[in-house]
Design a protein around this ligand. Structure first.
Ligand code: COA
Length: 172
């Protein structure tokens, strides 16, 4: 399925964020209508995926939620929450079949540029230490580990810590 890509209208209420990423992809706000496809991608990409309710709650709370697309269809999505001038990356996902082609880095670059342009001083996130691709992506994009949240994530019968990572976006 290749849903239509709206590069303009949905962004109007989002502070005039960029409609076109540097890599030639388009960006629009996620809506409730997207959640069937988001969940299909999410459940293949994560061993412990978000529930549909997690996404619905994020949309209801007014978090930034973006769908990225190019001529192939969807190339990823992301959810960010703001706390004052700190942006928190809650979810960043590239469909399994499109991973390892530079998309994750391009999407993260866009997210950082967009948050910086809208006044964020820093971008924070939590990640499983076992998620080696994500940890490598964030380290390579200038994130430093600033803390550990003990037993933060479910991991079978046990729990896994979260690395708390952050990088400055140059404001303030
Ligand atoms: C993490 C994720 C977004 C990376 O997206 P991607 O498009 O595959 O990443 P890219 O191709 O842009 O790679 C960027 C960097 O990430 C790291 N990386 C990506 N995949 C990797 C892998 N399988 N093993 C090791 N490092 C990897 C590398 O440092 C890579 O840089 P390099 O190509 O110069 O070596 C993607 O793997 C994903 O969606 N995973 C499932 C969801 C998830 O875990 N999200 C993060 C939650 S915190």
């Amino acid at each position: 399925m290749k849903p239509p890509v709206d590069t303009g209208a949905d962004l109007a209420g989002r502070g005039g964020a960029l409609a076109q990423g540097a890599g030639g992809f388009s960006v629009r706000a996620m809506s409730g209508d997207d959640l069937d496809l988001v969940m299909a991608i999410e459940e293949r990409a994560y061993p412990y995926p978000w529930s549909r309710g997690n996404f619905a709650d994020s949309l209801a709370a007014g978090y930034d939620a973006w769908i990225f697309a190019d001529e192939r269809g969807w190339i990823g999505y992301a959810v960010l929450m703001w706390v004052i001038d700190e942006a928190h990356l809650l979810n960043l996902c590239v469909p399994v079949e499109l991973q390892r082609r530079g998309l994750g880095r391009q999407l993260l670059d866009w997210l950082m540029a967009d948050a910086a342009a809208r006044g964020a001083s820093s971008l924070m996130l939590e990640v499983r230490p076992s998620n080696l691709p994500a940890v490598a992506l964030y380290r390579g994009s200038g994130f430093a580990t600033i803390g550990v949240r003990k037993a933060y994530y479910p991991a079978g019968a046990l729990r896994e810590d979260a690395l708390v990572m952050a990088r400055s976006l140059g404001n303030g």
